[in-house]
Write a protein that binds this ligand. Sequence first.
Ligand code: XBP
Ligand code: MG
Length: 237
Amino acid sequence: MMFKAIIFDVDGTLSETEDLHRQAFNQAFDQNDLPWHWDRQLYRQLLKVSGGKERIRHFIEIHDSDRRVSKDLDGFIRDLHAAKTAIYTRMVADGEAKLRPGVMSLIDQSLHDGIRLAIATTTSLPNVEALLQATYGEEGMHRFEVICAGDVVEQKKPAPDIYLLALEKLGLPAADCVAIEDSRNGLLSAHQAGIATVITPSIYTDDQDFSEAALVTSSLNDVDFPALYTAIARTSR
Ligand code: XBP
Ligand code: MG
């Protein structure tokens, strides 16, 4: 049984983008005269919270509790996150994000083989558009029949909502799909949606538990396409 669709995560999976996100957060903090700096060690911890706005709120609760009581905290977080997204999309448009090894050939091979493609990501839609435009050009967005991103769902990863929405839009059962992810949050999200998942750990997730994965590989370059089918078919029986 060949699967009919591949559902890709974005950050850490299509591209090693999380350190760019971290730099964009820090530039937005500087722009807004905030005494915050997220170094790599702290960001690895903060990444356990999916969603940039949710991550900022979590950081405030733990590291800047006085601000928690400021008026219109939601508006403050929303505006700060919008500033960060503007910085991040400019970095991506300037070519600072490249696709991970094997991603482009897997996407092209899938399209050649009639496998449908989708995206299920916690990141904001402008970030997805910027990455696909920068790496694939105009037709980048059109390679993916379904794109589910960011706030289209209330509950972000590890909740299954974003993958359930992708399945609904594809009109396919979970058994006909495979997810490709880089993080435990993403794995739990896809797994709870009933989707067999291939993991390619990224720089911020290489120490995470991927027990539920159908396959863990250092890069999509190392997995030949039939082997990917076999591994998924074996687990999805
Ligand atoms: C990873 C995330 C996102 C990014 C930051 O998304 O959790 O929040 O870290 O992007 P993915 P935003 O599901 O693609 O791994 O600031 O736009 O949330
Ligand atoms: Mg990810």
